[in-house]
Ligand binder design. Structure first.
Ligand code: 17E
Ligand code: FE2
Length: 431
């Protein structure tokens, strides 16, 4: 007798299984009936995936779009400037209300792990204190990690280093940085040294906004790789955005790849924001401004995709649907090859789990945390193509959301025909 039994679930490898859940853990995964569940969900041969993961967002800024005027230039710098105005009126309740709402949007669409940056260039730590509470209070919906993010610089903002260290004492999980925003190249390099010193002292991973610019001279990722190797932090360091890599010469990018791989660094691309923010100083042709996702993967470097923003001063759209971010990544990186499409699914699942260091708990196997999502599509490929409805989301063994798939009927010759946007042969395969 299981607390929750999912029957006829199609795993990503195509296997049809039943999944038995006891408490917060998966107890059994096997083809054919496992027995009884106190509650049963019939997956009807549809895809049951490990949850989507949002490895890079800003929950302190979520749902603030327009509050300090609209970002009309569409640039990163106007976003930072508008945020610096909006953050003066942050309150504990304001941050909590928006962040919890944002988490509900993410979680109900299948993102059950979230890593959020939180701006610590604020001596009162209003956002950080609120998000530390949200992390505990929303434990039923998501595993949430917080990154101490110095939005206005570690060295370019008064007391930036002290604020970073205080954030660590308050309990953030990850150390951030923003070297390309520091006033000088030298300050950028030094800000990375500070971030690594803090990470070592407090035994935390690093996730830095790094080289989020179209300036091909912005080369701070190489400094991160050098520090990672010097301090033996392989596997614990992530460079987010790295959009300048789009503009590097191939010769330099190739050299960099070698060091990223040796340093076992993770790269996070954020296609929704960066396809909006980058290329703004170009005429035509306009650069796409996303980091080299396809080539990094081909080289064997771990890459994940984040959504980054949901309605904030940098990006006015979004609902927290990680399939939107993955869909954009597929297009911008041109990962349309038959074998490439499922690798796009990895970008918002397995690869992001590695970034967040949650692989021990993550996956549909006995003993793992009982987190999973039933999509209204037979395969990951179809779920991406159709931006499939997340029918049922399960977190820590509990059904946390249900969404009804749209029902589409076409009327012809006095008849109603229901269509599902599926190719016949796939429909046939999935029964
Ligand atoms: N802050 C930043 O520096 N870059 C971004 N893309 C966002 C916030 C969303
Ligand atoms: Fe970001």
């Amino acid at each position: 007798m299981y607390d929750l039994l999912i029957t006829n679930a199609r795993l990503r490898d195509g296997q049809l299984v039943d999944i038995g859940i006891q408490g917060e853990r998966i107890a059994a995964v096997a083809p054919g009936l496992l027995g009884e569940g106190a509650r049963t969900v019939d997956a009807r041969g549809l895809l049951v995936s490990p949850p989507l993961i949002e490895p890079h967002c800003h929950l302190d800024a979520v749902l603030t779009e327009g509050d300090a005027g609209h970002n009309e230039s569409g640039t990163l710098l106007e976003g930072i400037q508008r945020w610096s105005v909006r953050k003066q009126s942050l309150t504990h309740e304001d941050v909590k209300r928006r962040a919890v709402e944002g988490i509900k949007w993410y979680a109900s669409q299948g993102a059950l792990y979230i890593r959020s940056h939180v701006d610590v260039c604020d001596p009162s730590f209003t956002a950080l204190k609120a998000l530390l509470e949200v992390k505990e209070e929303c434990r039923d919906l998501v595993d949430l990690q917080l990154v101490a993010f110095p939005q206005e610089g570690i060295l370019s903002y008064p007391q930036g280093e002290e604020l970073m260290e205080e954030a660590l004492r308050l309990g953030v999980d990850v150390v951030g940085a923003i070297p390309h925003y520091e006033i000088t190249r030298e300050m950028g390099v030094e800000s990375i040294h500070i971030a690594f010193r803090l990470a070592e002292k407090y035994d935390r991973p690093i996730d830095a906004h790094c080289d989020e610019t179209d300036d091909d001279q912005s080369r701070f990722v190489e400094v991160m790789a050098a520090e990672t190797l010097a301090r033996g932090m392989q596997g614990r360091v992530t460079a987010s955005h790295t959009t300048a890599m789009h503009s590097y010469s191939n010769a330099y990018a190739f050299k960099l790849f070698g060091w990223l791989k040796r340093a076992e660094m993770h790269i996070i691309a954020n296609p929704p924001d960066n396809i909006i923010l980058q290329g703004r100083f170009d005429s035509y042709p306009k650069r796409r401004g996303m980091t080299r996702v396809k080539e990094l993967l081909e080289y064997g470097i771990n890459v994940a995709v984040g959504h980054d923003s949901v309605m904030d001063p940098w990006y006015p759209l979004g609902t927290g649907n990680m399939l939107h971010a993955a869909f954009l990544a597929l297009h911008i990186a041109q990962m349309s090859g038959y074998e490439e499409v499922p690798r796009v699914w990895d970008l918002v699942t397995e690869n992001a789990a590695r970034v967040m260091e949650v692989t021990e708990d993550y996956g549909i196997q006995p003993g793992k945390q009982a987190d999973l999502v039933l999509f209204d599509a037979p395969t990951d490929r179809d779920a991406l193509r159709t931006l499939a409805t997340p029918l049922v989301c399960v977190k820590r063994g509990r059904v946390i959301s249900e969404t009804t798939a749209p029902r589409v009927r076409v009327f012809r010759g006095g008849q109603a025909e229901e269509i599902r946007y599926q190719q016949e042969r796939i429909r046939g395969e999935s029964g």
